[in-house]
Design a protein around this ligand. Structure first.
Ligand SMILES: Cc1cc2nc3c(=O)[nH]c(=O)nc-3n(C[C@H](O)[C@H](O)[C@H](O)COP(=O)(O)O)c2cc1C
Length: 223
């Protein structure tokens, strides 16, 4: 691919229009994603910067609603098997080795979240990957910068937006694959020692957002 001519590059306003239009999509049309669009997302993702070139980011592509559901179910089983880590007795034992924020996150967030996933699954609702027709898991070798898969995934999301696809990052899966899940990693061809990254789900949005949210950073300060 040649470097696009200067006059065809997106201006600030165009990039802003794209970024303001993007919202997390969690409801999808029952429609497959064309291979051409998957290829274009991956092509755009491959242009993301990385800590040290060449990129060490690997992408697991799960194409098709049934396959995404299978992946989601496998991840839920993994979460259930790791639930003891977040149980009160284990957390209390680990308390002294953890930062307060880590302890509170595991106690107040992970525990209830896994329970909600389990309850919803019983009602046949996929609360983890929202019944999406396409998912990608961005992960990276143990030698790379841990930020690399997140940056690559962000490029992929923006590319998806230009192709008329909605998307959503799913942060709950990466941490589960951090140390455990040897079997499930083997099943999906994820190297056991790879650093965890992030899942992005995609699909044709079943709902359209009419208004943009004008978000702000927590703080900007100059020295
Ligand atoms: C790192 C990261 C992890 C996320 N994990 C989840 C997730 O596990 N489940 C979910 O429904 N949304 C998840 N999201 C989506 C956020 O909830 C969403 O981006 C945020 O609420 C802002 O809304 P917007 O994307 O529509 O602007 C995640 C987003 C990011 C950036």
């Amino acid at each position: 691919m040649n470097i696009p001519a200067l006059e065809t590059r997106a201006e600030y306003e165009e990039l802003m229009a794209l970024m303001l239009a993007r919202r997390s999509t969690r409801e999808f049309e029952d429609r497959e994603i064309e291979q051409e669009k998957i290829d274009r997302i991956l092509e755009a993702a491959s242009k993301a910067p990385m800590g040290i070139p060449p990129s060490d980011v690997e992408v697991l592509v799960i194409n098709g609603k049934e396959k995404v559901r299978e992946f989601s179910d496998d991840m839920l089983e993994l979460m259930k098997s790791q639930k003891w880590i977040f149980s009160k007795p284990t957390l209390l034992l680990m308390r002294l080795l953890m930062k307060r924020e880590e302890y509170e996150l595991l106690d107040k967030f992970m525990n209830p979240v896994i329970e909600i996933f389990e309850e919803m699954r019983k009602e046949d609702t996929d609360y983890l990957l929202y019944g999406a027709p396409l998912a990608m898991y961005f992960h990276v070798s143990p030698y790379a910068d841990p930020a690399d898969p997140f940056i690559t995934a962000t490029y992929a999301m923006l590319a998806a937006e230009t192709l008329g696809l909605g998307s959503c990052m799913i942060g709950t899966i990466g941490p589960m694959l951090k140390s455990g899940g040897k079997k499930v990693k083997e099943k999906y061809g994820i190297k056991t020692r790879n650093q965890p990254g992030i899942v992005v789900i995609y699909g044709y949005p079943a709902v359209k957002y009419r208004r943009a949210i004008l978000r702000n950073l927590a703080k900007v300060h100059y020295y």
